[in-house]
Write a protein that binds this ligand. Structure first.
Ligand code: MG
Length: 434
């Protein structure tokens, strides 16, 4: 049984993720930890799963503190005072999904070894029930969001921008509007009321889901547009002209200001644009596997000052190892105070990229990657941490098996002719597929 995916346990509520499963996870976790903090995003099914988890954990003797409806970065920050954190969220997935994500006290999500241990214990029913007088206590604490806001206010300067903020009816609506206001911004909110049906838009803050935000920024004459996903660990932005800012651009902009000329390390996934390398010339860029958990692990391992993923996950280890969309929103408001976002974007180098996918049965992926590696290896500097990425003078190409679908993905980026680089990789993949 494989419970954990790349971002915790996730599935359709009351079908894949049932109260019975949550109860078992609670029993297993509560048998291993003495204290825990639990929170949830606004999903319709979240209280059902949260209560089952609390029942399991307290039944095993673990003392549980509930912090109610919060963002994921708030929960991860709150985990510092407990042996673990539990967040009921399906992040950016549609409304019918729910999920459970487990956190260490430093704000790092459970790693694969910890997840495997929980999975095995559930399979083996390896947990203990406390006697009646040692059942864990449950208490509620309403101060977690304020504590998180105060921490961010210590780290980020004021701003007086006019900001349109689209919380997508997610958990971000209870924190980011207030934080930006307290920092001095004039805030116009869209979809700031948490609603587990996500009636306004799909919770994923990508270009196609943010048409309302793009229009509102222009119509209100705002300096900046900001959007969150359902649990506000992600943040994406729109410039003052209503143009969506790509993840690679934000990765570079945050990098420039977090590194601030220092030669600290920055962690990015293998599919990141070389724009980031060109912008952060003084820093050492370390590429790692795709997935915010891997970025966080590498930040810790290398003592990096910052890391992120173009999907909208920005990690600032001075707060925690959890991507923090709220800190990112405040930081961007501070950055854009000095220079318009469109001008910051114009200053970035730009290269053409091309992406494609080819059907490939899951069981054939490993064999195919072996063949692809042999062909790509002589062409340049190879990085095989997640798929095969080969760096050449004219650009780079990444051939990577999809983690969720029966597909091979090709990403190419080039200083001049991206089609040439892409087609070269495409030919190799098609040949290997024969
Ligand atoms: Mg999320």
């Amino acid at each position: 049984m494989k419970l954990f995916g790349s971002s915790g346990i996730r599935g359709i509520a009351n079908k894949d993720i049932t109260p019975e499963l949550a109860l078992n996870i609670g029993l297993v976790l509560g048998s291993r930890k003495k204290t825990a903090v639990i929170g949830r995003d606004p999903r319709v099914s979240a209280p059902m799963i949260e209560h089952a988890l609390i029942a399991g954990m307290t039944a095993a003797g673990c003392a549980v503190t509930g912090i109610g409806l919060v963002t994921t970065p708030t929960l991860a920050y709150a985990a510092r005072e407990y042996e673990c954190g539990v967040m009921v969220t399906a992040s950016h997935n549609p409304a019918e999904y729910v999920g459970i994500k487990l956190w260490n006290p430093d704000g790092m999500a459970f790693d694969s070894a910890q997840q495997d241990e929980i999975e095995k214990a559930i399979e083996d029913a390896d947990f203990s029930r406390a006697p009646w007088n040692e059942i864990g206590e449950f208490e509620e604490d309403g101060k977690a969001t304020r504590a998180h806001m105060n921490m961010i206010k210590k780290l980020v300067g004021s701003s007086s921008l006019k900001v349109v903020l689209d919380c997508g009816c997610g958990a971000g609506g209870i924190i980011t509007p207030y934080l930006l206001q307290e920092l001095g911004c004039e805030v116009i909110t869209l979809n700031a009321q948490p609603d587990g049906h996500f009636p306004a838009r799909n919770p994923e803050p990508n270009d196609e889901n943010l048409s309302l935000l793009k229009k509102a920024v222009v119509n209100f004459g705002a300096d900046l547009g900001i959007a969150h996903d359902g649990d506000a660990d992600r943040m994406m932005a729109v410039d003052e002209n209503g143009n969506f800012v790509s993840g690679d651009e934000l990765l570079a902009i945050f990098g420039l200001f977090e590194c601030n000329g220092s030669n600290g390390k920055v962690i990015v996934p293998v599919d990141t644009s070389m724009m980031v390398d060109d912008c952060l010339k003084g820093s050492e860029i370390v590429r790692t596997r795709v997935g915010d958990v891997y970025i966080a692990e590498s930040i810790k391992q290398y003592g990096a000052i910052y890391g992120g993923e173009p999907s909208g996950s920005w990690i600032f280890p001075k707060i925690s190892y959890c991507p923090d969309g709220i800190y990112a929103a405040a930081k961007l408001a501070e950055i854009v105070k000095e220079k318009k976002l469109s001008e910051l974007r114009e200053g970035l180098p730009r290269y053409a990229t091309k992406r494609g996918a080819f059907p490939c049965a899951n069981e054939k992926k490993a064999k195919l990657m072996e063949k692809v590696k042999v062909e790509l290896e002589p062409l340049g500097k190879v990085l095989d941490i997640d798929g095969i990425r080969v760096e050449m003078d004219k650009g780079w190409v990444l051939v990577r098996p999809s983690g969720t679908e029966a597909k091979m993905r090709i990403t190419a980026e080039a200083r001049e002719n991206v089609d040439e680089v892409f087609e070269m990789a495409e030919k190799i993949v098609k040949e290997a597929l024969k």
